[in-house]
Write a protein that binds this ligand. Structure first.
Ligand code: ADE
Ligand code: ZN
Length: 353
């Protein structure tokens, strides 16, 4: 292996992001702006400013932190009420994409978290869609939407969400599954996944890292609800047969080597390397950059490359894997991968002179 990839190399790489919660990009500034506009009072708790206690890596403590994060995430998203809010939220993310040279993004959102508060499904889609249009036309960024079932809600609520999405079928590429995993296995939503598949949605689901019953949840994702991708899914490493099944079905894993304030370094890098070493398809994603200390893509990638002592070719490999896992046709995929290859070749030439 050569030198650790430089910030300049990472900045210039054309990238894809496949695992990003738009509600997780809410900054303190935007939260205030939306709250003022919508005449809401604000709680002052902010996960970004919370320091994780020492002992990170302890399963119970990490799950407690994860639940605390999700509680704050759901508290924060209450300031989003109108299509204008969703438009501004998404546009700011797409500006970050531009800054980070993300040329293709699949953006997750949580419909139930909004419709349950009385925000119309259509307002969310209108706002996000208007930002996608600007991203495409003015920023040169292609994007698609993934609607996520909040797994801690009822099956009936998820069924209603799929039905509410019907008028917007052509605006939503995929179905995901997120929020608190404890006690809410993927196969709770088997029927919704089957119906969504019939309607032509692409399928993914979160299997968060080191959760209770992590292996069983991954097994259900692969064998029962039959997803194409798993968000996180790092505990696949805990079971040979799951690695085999994921490989056979070419399941892509959207890993997130994020860190929280107080974490000494990016989390999960060694396990991501092991997954890749076993031949699994893995991408690197920022998840909730408004809340985690890892922030947006380039900041995260620089720290991950330093932690893993990854050279340019290793970083480029993960970026190509993101395009490999993207829900796009093979022609466009080839164009993106060619762009990465050309960029790497041009960087190599520069080094040689
Ligand atoms: N919703 C937003 N971020 C999430 C995460 N990291 N895990 C589960 N649900 C989420
Ligand atoms: Zn996530």
């Amino acid at each position: 292996m050569g030198m650790v990839a430089t910030a300049e190399f990472i900045a210039g790489l054309p990238k894809a992001e496949l695992h990003l919660h738009i509600e997780g990009t809410l900054s303190v500034e935007m939260k205030r702006r939306f709250a003022v506009r919508n005449k809401l009072s604000l709680g002052d708790a902010s996960f970004a400013s919370l320091q994780v206690p020492e002992g990170s890596g302890d399963q119970a403590l990490d799950i407690q932190q994860y639940k605390m994060f999700l509680a704050l995430y759901f508290e924060g998203l209450k300031v989003m009420q109108t299509d204008q809010d969703f438009y501004e939220l998404a546009l700011e993310y797409f500006r970050q994409c531009r800054t980070n040279n993300i040329v293709y993004a699949e953006v997750s959102f949580d419909p139930q978290a909004h419709t349950d508060r009385g925000v119309p499904f259509g307002a969310v889609i209108e706002g996000l869609g208007a930002a996608q249009k600007i991203a495409r036309e003015a920023l040169g960024i292609e994007s698609q939407l993934i609607m996520c079932i909040n797994r801690d809600l009822t099956l009936e609520s998820a069924v209603n969400m799929l039905e509410a999405a019907c008028p917007y079928r052509d605006k939503i590429a995929g179905l995901g599954l997120d929020n608190v995993e404890d006690g809410h296995p993927p196969n709770k939503f088997q029927t919704v996944y089957d119906a969504a598949r019939d309607q032509g949605y692409r399928l993914t689901a979160h299997c968060d890292v080191d959760m209770v019953n992590a292996r069983e949840h991954i097994r259900q994702c692969i064998h029962d609800i039959k997803v194409e991708r798993i968000d996180h899914g790092i505990n696949v490493l805990d079971d040979h047969s799951l690695v085999g099944a994921a490989t056979e079905r070419n399941i892509h894993f959207t890993a997130c080597p994020t860190w929280r304030k107080g974490d000494p370094k990016p989390r999960r890098v060694d396990r991501i390397e092991r997954m890749r070493g076993l031949g699994l398809s893995v991408s690197l994603n920022s998840d909730d950059p408004g809340y985690f200390a890892s922030g947006y893509m380039n900041h995260m990638l620089n720290a991950v490359a330093a932690t893993g002592r990854w050279d340019n070719s290793v970083v480029a490999d993960y970026v190509k894997e993101a395009f490999a896992g993207a829900w796009i046709d093979d022609e466009r995929r080839a164009v993106y991968i060619r762009r990465v290859d050309d960029y790497v070749a041009a960087s190599d030439t520069q080094c040689a002179t």
